[in-house]
Design a protein around this ligand. Structure first.
Ligand code: RUB
Length: 308
C-alpha cells in the first residue's frame, strides 16, 4: 500500500476522523507524495499527483475540508515550469495548509470563548476539535461552565469528547442522543463543529446536529457553529449539493441482531438550515450564516480554491 492509499484507508476506517484532521491528513499525504516522488518529469508528476488527490478525495465524501486541503496543495502547480518547482510548491503548500489550519482552530477558540459567560451551560455534539477548542478556552479563562455532550451514535464519538473535556477539568455530563430535547431546557448555548458549510449558510455536520438545532430553536437557545473557512464549500456556490455519506450497517447492529429482511439506513451526516444557526465562529471572526456567500466569493476571487 502506498502512503497515499494508507492515509485514505485510515480516513475511510475512521482512524483519522473529524473534518479538520482529515483535511490536514490529506494535505500532508500530498506533501509526502511530492517529497518522496521518484520520477523527474513534470508531466508525469502532475498526472500522478492528480491520481493521488483522487484516491484521497474518494475516502470520505461529505467533509469539503478534505477537498479544500488536498486542492490547496496543488495551487500553482499548473503554472510550474519544472518538476522541481512543482514538487517544491506542493510540499510547501501542504505545510502552509496544515499550519494555517492549526492556527485557525486556535483563533476560533479565542473568538468563540468570548461568547461564553460565567455560569453558562453548553451542549455539544459528536467530537469537533473546533467546538472543543472554544469550550476548553472558556474553561482555561476561568469561566465556570457546565457541558452536556451527546453520545453520537453509532460511532459514539461523544466518548472522545467527554474524556477530552474531563481531562481538561471541565464539568462534563454525557447524555444519550435522544435526551437532547429535554436537556436543551437547561442549556444556554450550543457549540458544534462543521464538516461543510454551504454558500447558503447551511451546516452539514454529524447526523443529529439538526436535532440539536431544532431543539435549540424551540427553546430559544443560541446555536453556534465553529468552522474554519476551509469548511466552506465553493462547489455549492455553483449549485452542487453536499453528498451525505452512508456507512456500513454493521455500525448500527451486531451480526444476527435483527431479522434478515430488516433494512438499515445509516446516513452519518445531516444538514441544518441557516435559519437555525445564530452565528458561525470562523478564524476571520463571527459571522451570520448570510455572510458566508460573500466570504466564499472573496475566497474564489483571491484564488484560494483554485489550482492556478
Ligand atoms: C465528526 C464531526 C465533527 C466535524 C468537525 O464526524 O461531525 O463535528 O467533523 O470536526 P466524524 P473538527 O467523526 O464522522 O468524522 O472541528 O474536529 O474539524
Amino acid at each position: 500500500m502506498t502512503p497515499v492509499e494508507d492515509t485514505a484507508q485510515k480516513i475511510r476506517s475512521m482512524e483519522i476522523r473529524g473534518a479538520g484532521r482529515i483535511a490536514r491528513a490529506g494535505a500532508s499525504a500530498m506533501g509526502d507524495f511530492a517529497d518522496s516522488y521518484t520520477g523527474a518529469s513534470l508531466e508525469d508528476f502532475v498526472r500522478d499527483l492528480s491520481e493521488a488527490a483522487d484516491v484521497l478525495l474518494a475516502s470520505r465524501p461529505t467533509a469539503v475540508s478534505l477537498w479544500n486541503g488536498v486542492h490547496a496543495t496543488m495551487r500553482g502547480v499548473d503554472g510550474a515550469s519544472s518538476f522541481e518547482e512543482a514538487r517544491a510548491l506542493v510540499s510547501g503548500n501542504a505545510k502552509d495548509f496544515c499550519t494555517r489550519s492549526e492556527m485557525a482552530v486556535e483563533e476560533i477558540a479565542r473568538i468563540g470563548a468570548r461568547r461564553i459567560q460565567d455560569g453558562d451551560v453548553i451542549m455539544t455534539h459528536c467530537n469537533s476539535s473546533a467546538a472543543l477548542g472554544v469550550i476548553k478556552e472558556a474553561h482555561r479563562q476561568g469561566k465556570d461552565i457546565k457541558v452536556y455532550a451527546t453520545e453520537s451514535r453509532p460511532w459514539r464519538q461523544g466518548i472522545l469528547t467527554v474524556n477530552d473535556l474531563a481531562d481538561a477539568g471541565v464539568d462534563i455530563t454525557l447524555i444519550i442522543d435522544s435526551a437532547v430535547r429535554s436537556v436543551m431546557k437547561r442549556t444556554d448555548k450550543v457549540f458544534v463543529g462543521a464538516d461543510t458549510i454551504t454558500s447558503q449558510g447551511a451546516l452539514v455536520n454529524k447526523v443529529g446536529t439538526s436535532h440539536l438545532a431544532l431543539a435549540a430553536h424551540e427553546a430559544r437557545v443560541n446555536f453556534y457553529v465553529c468552522a474554519e473557512t476551509y469548511k466552506f464549500s465553493p462547489m455549492t456556490l455553483f449549485g452542487d449539493t453536499v453528498t451525505i455519506e452512508e456507512r456500513e450497517i454493521s455500525e448500527v447492529v451486531r451480526p444476527g441482531e435483527v431479522r434478515d429482511n430488516v433494512k438499515i439506513f445509516n446516513p452519518v451526516f445531516d444538514s441544518t438550515p441557516a435559519a437555525y444557526i445564530d452565528a458561525i465562529v470562523t478564524e476571520l471572526g463571527m459571522m451570520g450564516p448570510g455572510a458566508v456567500y460573500g466570504v466564499m466569493v472573496k475566497q474564489l476571487g483571491d484564488g484560494i480554491f483554485n489550482r492556478e
